[in-house]
Design a protein around this ligand. Structure first.
Ligand SMILES: CC(C)=CCC/C(C)=C/CC/C(C)=C/CC/C(C)=C/COP(=O)(O)O
Length: 301
């Protein structure tokens, strides 16, 4: 018997909405009276939800509605006078039930998602050539390349091959490790979450992996946060250059939404993930002391 407090049978609602089209044998009509599947407890919950969702609704009216439902008329609720000879209602399969009592967290998440979709659509001003800021699209795509995985990986490998100091090699080896870790984690999360890119996105990106059809989290945002934190911690730069690095990361993230590639939450989580990834890299920092083989192998090339 399903718990009456968590899953309230949707049949009373479905039956009152489509009572003219559903026959006695149809699922909407309900031969079992799942609303009373929880007995009197289920019916009470249903009524209290109705009255709490429509402030000012007369409780008598609420009771009337419930008693008018075809399920009630058939005497499926034990409190409505079902005879002891009637068979107990069969429990509904899970997919036929509707959760009428979503948690606070559920409501908060759905609201956040709605705001996210609305805001992302509003900010997607470079999503197409004909969009309001369509003329900025080439510039946004240039920014896209500046945060792409391939230039960063190839650039790091090139610098590593040219580096002639141990200190430089150590930093670059760790940058390579950070970039690879980032690719792996983003691919893993994208594959698990499988959130589609916004409908207004044009899939015309420069070299992508198969998981890049998904949008959560933004790989460009993770890389922007990771690389900028890495640079700020390991390169000695003048203040204006440090500001420029932070600005680049921020504008790159914003450009993902403006291009229509991502929703705002994809980028926000991407920044968070990239920032956290740096902490992992810093914690596992590779050096000739803890990974001598790696450094010896590289120096022999
Ligand atoms: C060169 C070395 C050492 C390894 C190569 C590893 C490898 C598989 C590289 C692939 C790089 C690649 C194609 C990255 C995709 C970057 C991308 C388009 C991410 C999507 O970003 P998003 O912001 O739209 O989520």
């Amino acid at each position: 018997m399903p718990s009456p407090r968590r899953n309230v049978d949707a049949r009373p609602l479905a039956a009152s909405a489509s009572s003219s089209s559903s026959g006695p044998g149809s699922p909407a009509h309900g031969g079992g009276g799942g609303g009373g599947g929880g007995g009197g407890g289920g019916r009470f919950e249903f009524q209290s939800l109705l009255s709490s969702r429509a402030p000012g609704l007369d409780p008598t009216c609420t009771r009337l509605r419930a008693s008018e439902s075809p399920v009630h008329r058939r005497g499926s609720f034990p409190l409505a006078g079902a005879g002891p000879s009637q068979a107990p209602p069969a429990p509904l399969p899970e997919e036929d039930r509707m959760d009428l009592n979503p948690s606070f967290l559920g409501i908060a998440l759905r609201s956040l998602l709605a705001i996210d979709l609305w805001l992302s659509k509003k900010l997607g001003v470079c999503a197409g050539e004909s969009s309001s800021w369509g003329s900025m699209r080439p510039l946004m795509k240039l920014l896209e390349i500046s945060g792409h995985g391939i230039p960063w990986l190839l650039g790091t490998l090139y610098c590593l091959s040219r580096s002639d100091s141990w200190a430089g090699r150590e930093v670059l080896m760790n940058l390579l490790f950070a970039l690879l870790l980032d690719l792996l984690l983003v691919a893993l999360i994208k594959g698990l979450v499988r959130r589609r890119r916004p409908a207004h996105n044009q899939m015309d990106m420069f070299v992508t992996l198969s998981v890049d059809k998904y949008s959560f989290p933004s790989g460009h945002a993770t890389r922007a946060a990771l690389v900028s934190r890495f640079i700020l911690n390991h390169l000695v730069l003048a203040i204006p250059l440090r500001v420029l690095v932070v600005l680049w990361a921020f504008i790159l993230g914003l450009s993902r939404v403006m291009l229509g590639r991502h929703n705002v939450t994809d980028v926000a989580f991407g920044f968070f993930l990239g920032y956290t990834q740096y902490s992992i890299v810093d914690y596992c920092w590779l050096s000739p002391h803890n990974a001598p083989v790696l450094f010896l192998l590289w120096s022999q090339q």
